[in-house]
Design a protein around this ligand. Sequence first.
Ligand code: ZN
Length: 241
Amino acid sequence: MRTLVISDIHANLNAFKAVLADAGSVDQVWFLGDLVGYGPDPDECIELLRNLPNLLALMGNHDAALMEYIPIDRFNREAADAIKVQAGLINQNSREFLELLKLRIDSDNLTIVHGSPRNPVWEYILGPSNARENFKHFESQGCLVGHSHVPVIFVLKEDGLIDTLFPKHGDRWQADGRFILNPGSVGQPRDFDPRASYVIWDDEEQTWGFYRVEYDITGVQDRIMKLGIPPRQATRLRTGT
Ligand code: ZN
């Protein structure tokens, strides 16, 4: 069975469509949060996501802020302004879908959150020290996270130390022990590679495949500018920052 693992779409429809086309046929989809914020097409992205097969969908901090579950003043000005523009754009169907997003999913083998198992909405797992702390906050073999917009795997070794892996396009990784895995961001990558990022979990081969795909960035930038979303949200798409 092929599972598409994606995170941080951030209302970037061009990137999202490119990922779906590149991934091809999948049996199920796990979305790790931040469907809205930053980009120009929240309704269209929500509509596309909700119709994907066997969807599990998590709530990110931007989704929570748009729904006013968390205060917008916890965001920097440029992120908050983009959320305010989108809050004026999205329709009632989209709001109803955002309401259904989950904070945390635990199964036998996997825990799935947006930020971290310790703090599902806010905490970034950026390096080995907070990765190590977070292994205490889930029981399963692996934890899938998004939020940092950087594809990365943290592996807990038998001596308690952490190995940090930065997978490249086309890498297929097999777990041996406990791990925390981030598929990177569909709609706003921040590892200096502007291509949209996604992962395919193949449970027969037991591999996590990391992939990058180019998309029409200029078209998204034009729409961001037209909507009055802060220009930084357009320029950063080209640099992957
Ligand atoms: Zn995000």
